[in-house]
Design a protein around this ligand. Structure first.
Ligand code: ADP
Ligand code: MG
Length: 693
């Protein structure tokens, strides 16, 4: 018999054949290696199986039992299929309303099955539409102590006869035939991080003899997945840090000039992160730093002071914002300080007029502009600098990781400071932004009070409107936000326009009620924001264009319509538009449609103002791919690793990756050949980011 190794195509394996091979290939299983890396979705063992007697309603449970009776039934309104299983401790009802023919064919009296689902109570315990797998008659983890893997199987696989029993058999056979599973890591990595060999892990993930071995296998395989992403980060960081650049080590006159104008003292956290930034910029390698701080924590002033240092060293600074409105707002707030410090500051956005644009571009080339604010239009091809020394990107998560490459591709090597108001747990930050150093502002200015948050149903609106009137009478201002998923969605826009008219004419006739939305011309938007910031408009109706960054300390009430349509992070951002002054502020969430999930979000908003807690919850509710909006980057191809719960392991994997790159910066050593091969396979599509030749 020819030898079987990891690269052997599955079609040549005993018991596979062309029909099965075709279906296996379709789900990405081409080689033996792919098959061994096709991990069980769940394991049955003593710790994961619940005896029927011990079931608790409204929990999710896995039960093993024998089918006692099964058959179709008709109620008055519909057909259903029912099976009753027993495990010697009790009876459990299984109910299907859909897919009845399939269940009917696959379940027979006397079958042993593992079922999984939410336990309900309805004339006894039941599961509606359980996940179920047929087992062999002697499969009984409870009495034998054996562990049974359950695989994620498609209906196509089942059609070619690969149900869980046969799939397991196949993996088992393959295992017996494979000669050798070579180790990826050098010995020191395994030792330092207490990892079992890959060969052991790939056996035990499928056929562990004991629960402790299964746990070790899972840990090792999770480690590998985290490791390769961290390796990407480590290689990228290495490549960036090799890029030498001009050290910006003078303090210069501008920092003090700006400092003297501040009407407040910096918080301790602001001072600390500023020092971290200053130390970085003083080095002859590029800074690559992420500044995290909750909304209102005062990132802008830190950015400005960092810019002042750079300018004091004779280089130019670019500040990029995710939207034009925010760019204008930044420009306005920076300009106040830069004028007094005699720093030349300009703004360049997509619709800057041609003539003006030309003259700004010329001034940039000649070095007559120190500080330029804009959107990502700033990194377009025709924008050239005399000497760009620092790039600051606000709301980094909006740009994503990849665009950072654009600047470097321009042959520029500026220091880089990204800012984000989406505070994420440190282990996640080092994953998603793993190639950056992290600074955290974990403290709000002292006079800040938490925004009082309340969800209300529409019937309460008259009371709420009265409350807003009282606030405005006291001299405060209010924002009313409508959801607008896409700026092209006319119907939502129409809703905002209509609501504005009604609010202006009927609810608040005694006040000036403004309207701002994304489809207005820039001049219109600017005029409205100007008027609002001077309190010539007291109540501003807006679509979510005001989501990020806007800073009006006199605004104390934020009313969010259809609050159930917003995500948690977005609600937190919106709420951050109030509570920026010293007055008490309020956020009112109008809930027009009830769903369990959205109600949970709104309740979290009522409970806390803490950005870290909120983004944690958001992450749990949406999962990392959605949360970061990075599914499409192929960043998270995790099969078994879990960004949210693997914290300490991520740190281990990161350590190993950075240690490895320190020893072998281009992954060229022969003993890292396999590692390199696997890395290239996993991250082929991201290689433009690194430099391993
Ligand atoms: P964000 O971190 O959300 O970008 P900003 O930089 O816009 O926050 O700051 C929010 C508000 O807090 C601004 O009005 C700013 O002037 C003010 N601010 C910043 N730092 C302090 C401080 N140390 N003490 C008091 N107010 C501050
Ligand atoms: Mg900001």
């Amino acid at each position: 018999m020819p030898t079987v190794d990891l690269n052997t195509p599955v079609q040549y394996l005993k018991g596979v054949g062309p029909a099965r091979a075709k279906v296996l290939n379709e789900i990405g299983i081409v080689t033996v290696e792919d098959l061994l890396y096709y991990f069980p979705r769940r394991h049955l063992d003593r710790t994961t199986i619940t005896p029927i007697r011990s079931l608790v309603r409204d929990t999710t449970a896995t039960v093993i039992g024998k089918v006692e009776v099964c058959g179709e039934r008709k109620t008055r309104s519909r057909k259903l299929y029912q099976a009753v299983i027993s495990d010697g401790t009790g009876l459990l009802n299984l109910v299907w309303f859909n897919g009845i023919p399939w269940v009917k064919r696959s379940l027979q009296v006397g079958d042993r099955v593992a079922v999984h689902g939410k336990i309900e109570f309805f004339n006894g315990f039941q599961i509606v539409h359980p996940e179920y797998d047929l087992l062999n008659t002697n499969d009984d983890p409870l009495s034998t102590g054996r562990i049974i893997p359950l695989y994620p199987l498609t209906s196509e696989l089942k059609k070619v006869g690969l149900d869980n029993r046969r799939f397991r058999r196949m993996v088992y056979e393959v295992h017996k035939q494979v000669d050798e599973i070579p180790e990826l890591f050098p010995e020191w990595v395994l030792k330092a991080h207490h990892l079992v060999p890959r060969a052991t892990a790939l056996r035990d993930i499928h056929f562990a003899e004991q629960e402790s071995n299964l746990r070790k296998a899972i840990r090792r395989l999770k480690f590998d997945e985290h490791f390769f992403l961290q390796l990407l980060m480590a290689l990228r960081k290495e490549a960036l840090s090799r890029a030498g650049t001009k050290p910006l080590d003078k303090v210069g006159p501008y920092v003090k000039l700006i400092y003297d104008q501040l009407e407040f003292e910096l918080t301790a956290a602001q001072k600390r992160v500023l020092k971290e930034i200053r130390n970085d910029m003083a080095k002859p390698v590029v800074m690559n730093r992420l500044l995290q701080g909750d909304v209102g924590s005062g990132k802008t002033i830190v950015a400005l002071l960092a810019a002042a240092i750079a300018i004091g060293n004779g280089v130019q600074v670019a500040v990029m914002a995710p939207t034009e409105i925010l760019a204008h707002q930044h420009y306005a707030s920076l300009k106040r300080y830069t004028d007094a410090a005699e720093i030349t500051c300009a703004i360049l956005v997509g619709n800057t007029k041609t003539r003006e644009r030309e003259s700004i571009l010329k001034a940039l080339r000649e070095g007559r502009i120190d500080l330029i604010v804009g959107t990502h239009a700033l990194i377009q091809k025709d924008v050239k600098f005399r000497e760009l020394g620092l790039v600051i990107v606000d709301e980094q998560h909006r740009f994503g990781v990849v665009q950072r490459g654009d600047l470097i591709a321009k042959g520029l090597n500026p220091h880089f400071l990204a800012m984000t108001a989406t505070p994420i747990p440190r282990t996640l930050a080092i994953t998603y932004h793993g190639d950056m150093d992290l600074s955290i502002i974990d403290e709000l200015p002292r006079d800040r009070k938490p925004v009082i948050t309340k969800k209300v149903t529409p019937e309460r609106l008259p009371k709420v409107y009265q409350f807003i009137k009282d606030e405005v009478q006291k001299g405060r201002q209010c924002m009313i936000v409508y959801p607008l998923v896409e700026e092209t969605e006319k119907s939502d826009l129409a809703a905002a326009v209509e609501a504005h008219q009604q609010l202006a004419e009927q609810v608040f006739p005694e006040f000036v009620v403004g309207l701002i939305h994304g489809r207005m011309k820039k001049e219109e938007k600017d005029a409205i924001m100007d008027a609002y910031s001077r309190n010539e408009i007291q109540i501003l109706v807006a679509t979510t264009v005001i989501e990020v960054g806007i800073d009006i300390p006199n605004a104390t009430v934020m009313l969010i319509e259809h609050a159930e349509r917003f995500g948690l992070t977005q609600l937190h951002q919106l709420r951050g538009r109030v509570g920026r002054g010293s007055e008490k502020s309020y956020c009112i969430l109008v809930q027009r449609h009830y769903s369990e999930n959205s109600n949970k979000r709104l309740t979290i908003m009522e409970r806390t103002n803490d950005g870290f807690e909120i983004s944690d919850e958001d992450l749990k509710m949406r999962g990392p791919g959605e949360f970061f909006g990075i599914k499409q980057h192929g960043f998270l191809k995790y099969k078994i690793a879990d960004l949210v719960t693997d914290g300490p392991l991520i740190r281990d994997a990161r350590q190993a990756a950075f240690d490895l790159v320190a020893r072998d910066p281009h992954l060229r050593k022969p003993e890292h050949g396999l590692l390199r091969q696997r890395f290239l396979k996993e991250y082929q599509h991201m290689l433009e980011l690194v430099n391993i030749g």
